[in-house]
Design a protein around this ligand. Structure first.
Ligand code: GLN
Length: 253
C-alpha cells in the first residue's frame, strides 16, 4: 500500500487561522485514493527522522511563538538543507514561511534568525496586511488561482534567484508592493495564505501529495475526485474579494 509520512512541525505553537485544516485535506485526499498518510507531530525538542520524512508542514504563528520555535528549527537546519536539495517537499505558511529565509524583524525591532535555506528576508511594517487574497499560480498549465486569507505584519522580499508562488490578483501578498505572493524553490512552497488554504484549493493539495509520493519513488497517479464542494468554496472566496462587503485592511501592527 502506498504511504506518505508527513512531519507536522510545532502544531502547538504554529497554528493560526485554521492552518491545521491543511493536514485534514492532505489526509482525506490521500485516504480517498487508498494512500496511507502518517502524520507525525513534532514539538520543540523533538526529532525529525529525515530518512523517513516525505513532506514537512509548518503553519503560521504570532511573533512570540515564532521566536519560541526558531531556535529549535535552527537545530534542524543542516538536515533540512540536505533534504531540500534532495527534493523533499516543504509546505510552510506565513510565520514559518518567514523562517525559511535569513531573518524576520518584528514590529518591536527584534531580529529572529531564520533557517537561511531561501534567499529572502522579512521585516515588519507598522501596519498589518489582512484580508482575503487571490493569486494566479503557474504550477499548472494553464494557470490556476489560489484563494486564502492573509494577516501579517511582515513584508517579505525575495532574492533575485527566487520565484514567487504566484501573482497577486487581489490582496497584499509578500509585501503589498511587488504583486508577488509566496515562494517556490525546488519542492519548497512558502505562502502567506491561511484559510485553511488547502481545502479551498484541492489542486495544491494534490500537487503536494504527488510530490511526496515521487520523492519516495512511489509511481502512483492520483485518481481524480469529485471536487464540486471544494470548487464552490474556491469560487465563493473569489466572489467575496470582488464584493463591496469585503474588508481588506492594513491595520496598525
Ligand atoms: N507574526 C508574523 C507576522 O505578523 C506571522 C503572522 C502569521 O503567521 N499570520 O508577520
Amino acid at each position: 500500500m502506498a504511504a506518505i509520512n508527513i512531519y507536522h512541525l510545532y502544531p502547538g505553537q504554529l497554528n493560526l487561522y485554521g492552518d491545521r485544516g491543511n493536514m485534514l485535506s492532505l489526509l482525506r485526499r490521500a485516504e480517498w485514493r487508498g494512500i496511507k498518510l502518517n502524520i507525525i507531530p513534532v514539538e520543540p525538542g523533538g526529532n525529525i527522522n529525515f530518512a523517513n520524512s516525505d513532506l514537512l508542514f509548518m503553519g503560521g504563528g504570532q511573533d512570540s511563538d515564532q521566536k519560541l520555535v526558531a531556535k529549535d528549527l535552527k537545530g534542524h537546519s543542516k538536515n533540512l538543507q540536505r533534504a531540500v536539495d534532495e527534493g523533499m517537499t516543504i509546505f510552510a505558511v506565513c510565520g514559518s514561511y518567514q523562517l525559511l529565509g535569513s531573518y524576520y524583524t518584528t514590529a518591536d525591532g527584534e531580529k529572529i534568525g531564520g533557517l537561511e535555506i531561501l534567499d529572502m528576508h522579512t521585516e515588519a511594517g507598522n501596519n498589518r496586511l489582512t484580508g482575503n487574497a487571490v493569486i494566479s499560480c503557474s504550477l499548472w498549465e494553464p494557470e490556476k488561482t489560489l484563494v486564502g486569507f492573509e494577516n501579517h505584519a511582515g513584508r517579505t522580499h525575495l532574492g533575485p534567484s527566487l520565484k514567487p508562488l504566484g501573482k497577486v490578483l487581489s490582496g497584499f501578498g509578500n509585501n503589498g508592493l511587488d504583486q508577488k505572493e509566496g515562494v517556490v524553490y525546488k519542492n519548497v512552497i512558502g505562502t502567506y495564505l491561511h484559510g485553511s488554504l488547502l481545502p479551498k484549493n484541492p489542486w495544491l493539495t494534490d500537487y503536494l501529495l504527488q510530490k511526496a509520493l515521487a520523492y519516495r519513488n512511489q509511481d502512483i497517479r492520483l485518481s481524480p475526485l469529485n471536487d464540486y464542494m471544494e470548487e464552490q468554496a474556491h469560487r465563493a472566496a473569489i466572489e467575496l474579494t470582488k464584493s463591496k462587503k469585503h474588508k481588506r485592511n492594513s491595520t496598525r501592527a
